[in-house]
Design a protein. Structure first.
Length: 102
């Protein structure tokens, strides 16, 4: 670490007492550095995911709307996953689906 007072006293002797501008520049540099680094140091607010209750409700509803079928018996699609993602995006505020008629 650099000892600032030692540096300034040495610079004061070398440059003949014209250090107030140098001290002013160092103060501004420290302020600019602080402003530049502060957003990185301050933690960003994390957005909470859905609660366990909402996730459970959405998963239950997705299996009602798109029931499980044995793999290979029918062609698979992403309908259940799409329904689940839509339900989570709406924070579980969806009407209870009716089972599909076969």
């Amino acid at each position: 670490m650099i000892d600032v007072d030692l540096y300034l006293s040495t610079a004061d002797r070398v440059f003949g007492g014209q250090l107030p501008p140098l001290r002013n520049i160092m103060g501004k540099s420290a302020l600019i550095l602080l402003v530049a680094v502060a957003p990185v140091i301050v933690p960003i607010e994390a957005f909470a995911g859905p609660s366990a209750e909402v996730a459970r409700k959405c998963l239950h509803f997705s299996y009602i709307a798109h029931p499980y079928k044995r793999p290979g018996s029918v062609r698979m699609s992403g309908d259940r996953q799409a329904y689940f993602k839509d339900c989570i995006a709406k924070d579980g505020n969806v009407t209870e689906p009716l089972p599909p008629k076969e």
